[in-house]
Write a protein that binds this ligand. Structure first.
Ligand code: ACO
Length: 328
Protein backbone atom coordinates (compact mmCIF):
# COMPACT_ATOMS: atom_id res chain seq x y z
CA UNK A 1 0.00 0.00 0.00
CA UNK A 2 1.08 3.56 -0.68
CA UNK A 3 -0.22 6.80 0.86
CA UNK A 4 -0.83 10.22 -0.59
CA UNK A 5 -1.80 13.71 0.54
CA UNK A 6 -5.32 14.55 -0.64
CA UNK A 7 -6.30 17.69 1.27
CA UNK A 8 -5.02 20.46 3.49
CA UNK A 9 -6.42 23.26 5.64
CA UNK A 10 -5.36 25.78 8.23
CA UNK A 11 -6.69 28.26 10.79
CA UNK A 12 -5.17 31.12 12.78
CA UNK A 13 -6.45 33.20 15.72
CA UNK A 14 -8.00 36.61 15.00
CA UNK A 15 -5.67 38.74 17.14
CA UNK A 16 -2.67 40.05 15.19
CA UNK A 17 0.39 41.18 17.16
CA UNK A 18 2.85 43.25 15.14
CA UNK A 19 6.49 43.97 15.93
CA UNK A 20 5.42 47.49 16.91
CA UNK A 21 2.94 45.99 19.39
CA UNK A 22 5.79 43.99 20.97
CA UNK A 23 7.96 47.10 21.15
CA UNK A 24 5.38 48.46 23.61
CA UNK A 25 5.98 45.63 26.10
CA UNK A 26 9.70 44.76 25.70
CA UNK A 27 12.81 46.71 24.67
CA UNK A 28 12.82 45.87 20.96
CA UNK A 29 11.88 47.37 17.61
CA UNK A 30 10.50 46.38 14.22
CA UNK A 31 13.86 46.70 12.49
CA UNK A 32 15.72 44.39 14.90
CA UNK A 33 13.03 41.72 14.71
CA UNK A 34 12.62 41.92 10.90
CA UNK A 35 16.34 41.85 10.15
CA UNK A 36 17.22 39.08 12.65
CA UNK A 37 14.20 36.85 12.04
CA UNK A 38 12.12 37.95 9.03
CA UNK A 39 9.03 38.05 11.29
CA UNK A 40 6.69 41.07 11.15
CA UNK A 41 3.42 39.78 12.59
CA UNK A 42 2.10 36.81 14.52
CA UNK A 43 -1.38 35.66 15.63
CA UNK A 44 -2.11 35.02 19.30
CA UNK A 45 -5.07 33.16 20.85
CA UNK A 46 -7.35 35.48 22.80
CA UNK A 47 -10.87 35.70 24.20
CA UNK A 48 -12.93 32.57 23.69
CA UNK A 49 -10.65 31.05 21.03
CA UNK A 50 -8.77 27.87 21.84
CA UNK A 51 -6.37 25.54 20.08
CA UNK A 52 -8.91 22.75 19.66
CA UNK A 53 -11.17 25.19 17.79
CA UNK A 54 -8.37 26.08 15.37
CA UNK A 55 -7.52 22.40 14.87
CA UNK A 56 -11.17 21.60 14.11
CA UNK A 57 -11.40 24.42 11.55
CA UNK A 58 -8.18 23.35 9.83
CA UNK A 59 -9.35 19.71 9.77
CA UNK A 60 -12.74 20.59 8.27
CA UNK A 61 -11.04 22.52 5.46
CA UNK A 62 -8.69 19.60 4.74
CA UNK A 63 -11.60 17.14 4.61
CA UNK A 64 -13.56 19.50 2.34
CA UNK A 65 -10.65 19.83 -0.08
CA UNK A 66 -10.19 16.06 -0.09
CA UNK A 67 -13.97 15.54 -0.48
CA UNK A 68 -13.85 12.98 2.30
CA UNK A 69 -16.70 12.55 4.75
CA UNK A 70 -15.58 12.85 8.43
CA UNK A 71 -17.29 9.49 9.00
CA UNK A 72 -14.64 7.86 6.81
CA UNK A 73 -11.69 9.07 8.91
CA UNK A 74 -9.97 6.13 10.63
CA UNK A 75 -7.22 7.89 12.54
CA UNK A 76 -6.60 11.39 13.92
CA UNK A 77 -3.09 12.42 14.94
CA UNK A 78 -2.96 15.72 16.82
CA UNK A 79 0.65 16.92 16.84
CA UNK A 80 0.97 19.51 19.57
CA UNK A 81 3.04 20.40 22.62
CA UNK A 82 0.82 23.19 23.94
CA UNK A 83 -2.72 21.76 23.85
CA UNK A 84 -5.86 22.82 25.69
CA UNK A 85 -5.62 19.73 27.92
CA UNK A 86 -2.45 17.94 28.94
CA UNK A 87 -4.18 14.58 28.45
CA UNK A 88 -4.51 15.41 24.75
CA UNK A 89 -6.97 16.95 22.32
CA UNK A 90 -7.33 14.47 19.43
CA UNK A 91 -10.52 12.85 20.73
CA UNK A 92 -12.25 16.25 21.07
CA UNK A 93 -11.51 16.84 17.38
CA UNK A 94 -12.92 13.41 16.57
CA UNK A 95 -16.13 14.29 18.44
CA UNK A 96 -16.48 17.75 16.89
CA UNK A 97 -15.95 16.50 13.35
CA UNK A 98 -18.55 13.78 13.82
CA UNK A 99 -16.21 10.97 12.88
CA UNK A 100 -17.50 7.44 13.33
CA UNK A 101 -17.52 6.33 16.94
CA UNK A 102 -14.30 4.37 16.98
CA UNK A 103 -11.52 5.89 14.92
CA UNK A 104 -8.23 5.98 16.77
CA UNK A 105 -7.35 9.52 17.90
CA UNK A 106 -4.31 10.52 19.94
CA UNK A 107 -1.67 13.21 20.38
CA UNK A 108 1.99 13.35 19.39
CA UNK A 109 4.33 15.67 21.29
CA UNK A 110 7.49 16.61 19.43
CA UNK A 111 7.49 20.43 19.38
CA UNK A 112 8.35 21.91 15.98
CA UNK A 113 9.05 18.48 14.45
CA UNK A 114 5.63 17.20 15.55
CA UNK A 115 3.89 17.52 12.21
CA UNK A 116 6.66 15.78 10.31
CA UNK A 117 6.66 12.90 12.78
CA UNK A 118 2.87 12.82 12.49
CA UNK A 119 3.11 12.45 8.72
CA UNK A 120 5.56 9.59 9.05
CA UNK A 121 3.40 7.92 11.70
CA UNK A 122 0.35 8.27 9.44
CA UNK A 123 2.21 6.57 6.59
CA UNK A 124 3.20 3.69 8.91
CA UNK A 125 -0.39 3.16 10.07
CA UNK A 126 -1.64 3.19 6.46
CA UNK A 127 1.09 0.88 5.22
CA UNK A 128 0.48 -1.53 8.13
CA UNK A 129 -3.12 -1.91 6.87
CA UNK A 130 -6.55 -1.15 8.31
CA UNK A 131 -6.28 2.66 8.12
CA UNK A 132 -7.40 4.42 4.92
CA UNK A 133 -8.01 8.08 5.80
CA UNK A 134 -5.72 9.69 8.36
CA UNK A 135 -5.99 13.26 9.54
CA UNK A 136 -2.64 14.71 10.60
CA UNK A 137 -2.95 17.99 12.49
CA UNK A 138 -0.13 20.29 13.58
CA UNK A 139 -1.40 22.81 16.14
CA UNK A 140 0.38 24.87 18.75
CA UNK A 141 -0.21 27.88 20.96
CA UNK A 142 3.34 28.60 22.10
CA UNK A 143 2.09 32.04 23.25
CA UNK A 144 0.85 30.21 26.37
CA UNK A 145 4.41 29.38 27.39
CA UNK A 146 6.18 32.52 26.25
CA UNK A 147 7.82 34.76 28.82
CA UNK A 148 6.47 38.10 27.61
CA UNK A 149 9.31 39.90 29.39
CA UNK A 150 12.05 37.99 27.49
CA UNK A 151 12.74 39.90 24.27
CA UNK A 152 15.08 37.13 23.07
CA UNK A 153 12.20 34.66 22.68
CA UNK A 154 8.79 36.38 22.89
CA UNK A 155 9.23 37.98 19.46
CA UNK A 156 9.49 34.62 17.68
CA UNK A 157 6.29 32.71 18.29
CA UNK A 158 2.70 32.70 17.06
CA UNK A 159 -0.32 30.39 17.36
CA UNK A 160 -1.94 28.39 14.53
CA UNK A 161 -3.23 25.04 13.32
CA UNK A 162 -2.76 23.21 10.03
CA UNK A 163 -4.01 19.83 8.86
CA UNK A 164 -3.60 17.38 6.00
CA UNK A 165 -5.58 14.32 5.04
CA UNK A 166 -3.47 11.34 4.07
CA UNK A 167 -5.10 8.52 2.18
CA UNK A 168 -4.19 4.94 1.30
CA UNK A 169 -3.44 4.45 -2.41
CA UNK A 170 -1.72 2.08 -4.83
CA UNK A 171 2.00 1.88 -4.26
CA UNK A 172 2.60 3.46 -7.68
CA UNK A 173 0.87 6.66 -6.53
CA UNK A 174 2.84 6.88 -3.27
CA UNK A 175 3.12 10.53 -2.26
CA UNK A 176 5.40 10.15 0.73
CA UNK A 177 8.84 8.78 0.06
CA UNK A 178 12.26 9.38 1.53
CA UNK A 179 12.36 10.08 5.25
CA UNK A 180 15.10 10.99 7.67
CA UNK A 181 14.26 11.36 11.37
CA UNK A 182 16.42 12.06 14.43
CA UNK A 183 16.49 13.21 18.04
CA UNK A 184 19.16 14.21 20.54
CA UNK A 185 18.40 14.48 24.24
CA UNK A 186 21.79 16.04 24.85
CA UNK A 187 20.49 19.26 23.30
CA UNK A 188 17.24 19.21 25.28
CA UNK A 189 18.57 21.90 27.63
CA UNK A 190 18.58 24.50 24.84
CA UNK A 191 14.76 24.75 24.68
CA UNK A 192 12.62 23.79 27.66
CA UNK A 193 9.36 24.58 29.47
CA UNK A 194 9.63 22.24 32.47
CA UNK A 195 7.00 21.27 35.02
CA UNK A 196 7.95 22.89 38.32
CA UNK A 197 6.80 22.54 41.88
CA UNK A 198 5.32 25.80 43.12
CA UNK A 199 7.03 27.44 46.06
CA UNK A 200 6.10 25.71 49.29
CA UNK A 201 5.28 22.53 47.47
CA UNK A 202 7.65 19.65 47.92
CA UNK A 203 7.58 15.96 47.21
CA UNK A 204 8.30 15.40 50.91
CA UNK A 205 4.90 16.92 51.76
CA UNK A 206 1.70 15.22 50.81
CA UNK A 207 -0.52 16.34 49.22
CA UNK A 208 1.57 18.67 47.01
CA UNK A 209 0.42 22.30 47.07
CA UNK A 210 0.02 22.56 43.31
CA UNK A 211 2.45 23.19 40.54
CA UNK A 212 2.61 24.26 36.91
CA UNK A 213 4.68 24.44 33.76
CA UNK A 214 7.26 27.19 33.65
CA UNK A 215 7.73 29.61 30.75
CA UNK A 216 9.76 28.65 27.74
CA UNK A 217 13.52 29.07 28.15
CA UNK A 218 15.60 29.07 24.99
CA UNK A 219 19.23 29.35 24.02
CA UNK A 220 18.54 30.98 20.64
CA UNK A 221 22.07 30.85 19.26
CA UNK A 222 22.45 27.12 20.01
CA UNK A 223 19.10 26.32 18.34
CA UNK A 224 20.11 28.45 15.36
CA UNK A 225 23.47 26.68 14.93
CA UNK A 226 21.85 23.26 15.42
CA UNK A 227 19.22 23.94 12.73
CA UNK A 228 21.68 25.23 10.15
CA UNK A 229 23.97 22.23 10.78
CA UNK A 230 21.50 19.33 10.79
CA UNK A 231 18.70 20.34 8.41
CA UNK A 232 20.66 20.32 5.12
CA UNK A 233 22.22 16.93 6.04
CA UNK A 234 18.80 15.55 6.88
CA UNK A 235 17.19 16.73 3.63
CA UNK A 236 20.09 15.29 1.64
CA UNK A 237 19.65 11.93 3.39
CA UNK A 238 15.89 11.95 2.69
CA UNK A 239 16.46 12.89 -0.95
CA UNK A 240 18.95 10.07 -1.35
CA UNK A 241 16.47 7.57 0.08
CA UNK A 242 13.83 8.95 -2.28
CA UNK A 243 16.17 8.33 -5.22
CA UNK A 244 16.80 12.01 -6.02
CA UNK A 245 20.15 13.29 -7.16
CA UNK A 246 20.79 16.93 -6.28
CA UNK A 247 18.08 19.44 -5.45
CA UNK A 248 15.77 18.72 -8.37
CA UNK A 249 12.56 18.92 -6.35
CA UNK A 250 10.01 21.72 -6.80
CA UNK A 251 9.73 23.31 -3.35
CA UNK A 252 11.75 23.60 -0.16
CA UNK A 253 9.39 23.85 2.82
CA UNK A 254 11.09 24.19 6.19
CA UNK A 255 9.68 24.66 9.64
CA UNK A 256 9.20 28.43 9.79
CA UNK A 257 11.48 29.48 12.67
CA UNK A 258 13.71 32.21 11.30
CA UNK A 259 14.21 33.52 7.74
CA UNK A 260 17.97 33.41 8.27
CA UNK A 261 17.76 29.67 9.02
CA UNK A 262 15.62 29.14 5.90
CA UNK A 263 18.04 31.17 3.74
CA UNK A 264 21.12 29.38 5.11
CA UNK A 265 19.62 25.94 4.42
CA UNK A 266 18.48 26.98 0.92
CA UNK A 267 21.96 28.28 0.13
CA UNK A 268 23.60 25.06 1.37
CA UNK A 269 21.25 22.98 -0.79
CA UNK A 270 21.59 25.40 -3.75
CA UNK A 271 17.84 26.01 -3.92
CA UNK A 272 17.02 29.46 -5.39
CA UNK A 273 14.70 31.67 -3.32
CA UNK A 274 11.85 31.35 -5.90
CA UNK A 275 11.57 27.68 -4.91
CA UNK A 276 11.48 28.31 -1.16
CA UNK A 277 8.13 28.53 0.65
CA UNK A 278 8.08 31.10 3.45
CA UNK A 279 5.23 32.76 5.31
CA UNK A 280 6.78 33.44 8.69
CA UNK A 281 6.69 37.20 8.11
CA UNK A 282 2.93 36.97 8.79
CA UNK A 283 2.80 34.25 11.44
CA UNK A 284 6.18 33.84 13.18
CA UNK A 285 7.16 30.41 14.47
CA UNK A 286 3.95 28.43 14.96
CA UNK A 287 5.77 25.24 16.05
CA UNK A 288 4.01 22.06 14.83
CA UNK A 289 1.56 24.15 12.77
CA UNK A 290 4.13 25.91 10.63
CA UNK A 291 4.63 23.30 7.88
CA UNK A 292 0.93 22.51 7.25
CA UNK A 293 0.03 26.23 7.52
CA UNK A 294 2.63 27.19 4.90
CA UNK A 295 1.69 24.20 2.73
CA UNK A 296 -2.00 25.14 2.86
CA UNK A 297 -1.29 28.73 1.81
CA UNK A 298 1.00 27.59 -0.99
CA UNK A 299 -1.57 25.08 -2.29
CA UNK A 300 -4.52 27.49 -2.12
CA UNK A 301 -2.55 30.29 -3.81
CA UNK A 302 -1.69 27.92 -6.68
CA UNK A 303 2.06 27.86 -5.99
CA UNK A 304 2.16 24.17 -5.15
CA UNK A 305 0.34 22.18 -7.82
CA UNK A 306 -0.65 18.56 -8.28
CA UNK A 307 2.44 16.43 -8.87
CA UNK A 308 4.92 18.90 -7.39
CA UNK A 309 7.60 17.41 -5.15
CA UNK A 310 8.29 19.11 -1.82
CA UNK A 311 11.33 18.64 0.42
CA UNK A 312 10.02 19.40 3.93
CA UNK A 313 11.98 19.55 7.18
CA UNK A 314 11.08 20.16 10.80
CA UNK A 315 13.41 20.86 13.73
CA UNK A 316 13.13 22.08 17.28
CA UNK A 317 12.89 21.28 20.96
CA UNK A 318 13.86 17.80 22.08
CA UNK A 319 16.02 18.21 20.16
CA UNK A 320 14.15 16.58 17.29
CA UNK A 321 14.53 17.00 13.56
CA UNK A 322 13.62 15.28 10.36
CA UNK A 323 12.84 15.55 6.67
CA UNK A 324 10.32 14.11 4.25
CA UNK A 325 10.06 14.14 0.49
CA UNK A 326 6.40 14.51 -0.49
CA UNK A 327 4.43 14.65 -3.70
CA UNK A 328 1.37 16.91 -3.61
N1 ACO B 1 15.21 43.21 20.25
C1 ACO B 1 16.36 43.90 20.35
N2 ACO B 1 17.51 43.36 20.75
C2 ACO B 1 17.49 42.05 21.07
C3 ACO B 1 16.33 41.27 21.01
C4 ACO B 1 15.16 41.89 20.58
N3 ACO B 1 13.98 41.25 20.47
N4 ACO B 1 16.62 40.01 21.37
C5 ACO B 1 17.92 39.98 21.67
N5 ACO B 1 18.46 41.23 21.49
C6 ACO B 1 19.84 41.66 21.69
C7 ACO B 1 20.58 40.76 22.63
O1 ACO B 1 20.38 41.17 23.98
C8 ACO B 1 22.00 40.98 22.18
O2 ACO B 1 22.48 42.18 22.70
P1 ACO B 1 24.00 42.30 23.22
O3 ACO B 1 24.84 42.04 22.01
O4 ACO B 1 24.05 43.69 23.73
O5 ACO B 1 24.13 41.23 24.27
C9 ACO B 1 21.89 41.15 20.67
O6 ACO B 1 20.52 41.55 20.44
C10 ACO B 1 22.19 39.91 19.87
O7 ACO B 1 21.47 38.83 20.44
P2 ACO B 1 21.61 37.37 19.91
O8 ACO B 1 20.83 36.45 20.81
O9 ACO B 1 23.05 37.07 19.64
O10 ACO B 1 20.85 37.52 18.51
P3 ACO B 1 20.77 36.50 17.32
O11 ACO B 1 21.25 37.13 16.10
O12 ACO B 1 21.29 35.15 17.69
O13 ACO B 1 19.19 36.32 17.17
C11 ACO B 1 17.41 34.83 17.66
C12 ACO B 1 18.44 35.79 18.23
C13 ACO B 1 16.51 35.57 16.73
C14 ACO B 1 16.59 34.26 18.82
C15 ACO B 1 18.14 33.69 16.91
O14 ACO B 1 19.18 33.18 17.70
C16 ACO B 1 17.23 32.58 16.51
O15 ACO B 1 16.32 32.75 15.72
N6 ACO B 1 17.48 31.36 17.00
C17 ACO B 1 16.65 30.22 16.68
C18 ACO B 1 15.53 30.16 17.65
C19 ACO B 1 14.46 29.20 17.24
O16 ACO B 1 14.20 29.01 16.09
N7 ACO B 1 13.80 28.64 18.25
C20 ACO B 1 12.66 27.84 18.04
C21 ACO B 1 13.01 26.45 17.69
S1 ACO B 1 11.62 25.58 17.24
C22 ACO B 1 10.78 24.89 18.58
O17 ACO B 1 10.97 23.75 18.90
C23 ACO B 1 9.77 25.68 19.35
Amino acid sequence: TGCKLVGCGSAVPSLNVSNDDLAKIVDTNDEWISVRTGIRNRRVLSGKENLTGLAIEASRKALEMAEVNPKDVDLILMCSSTGDDCFGGATLIQKALGCKSNPLAFDITAACSGFLLGLFSASCYIKAGGFKNVLVIGADAVSRFVDWTDRGSCILFGDAAGAVLMQACDIGEDGLFGFDLHSDGDGKRHLIAPFIENEGSSTSHFPPKGSSYSCLKMNGIEIFKFAVRVVPQSIEAALERAGFTGSNFDWLLLHQANQRIIDAVATRLEVPSERVISNLANYGNTSAASIPLALDEAVRSGKVQAGHVIAAAGFGAGLTWGSAILRW
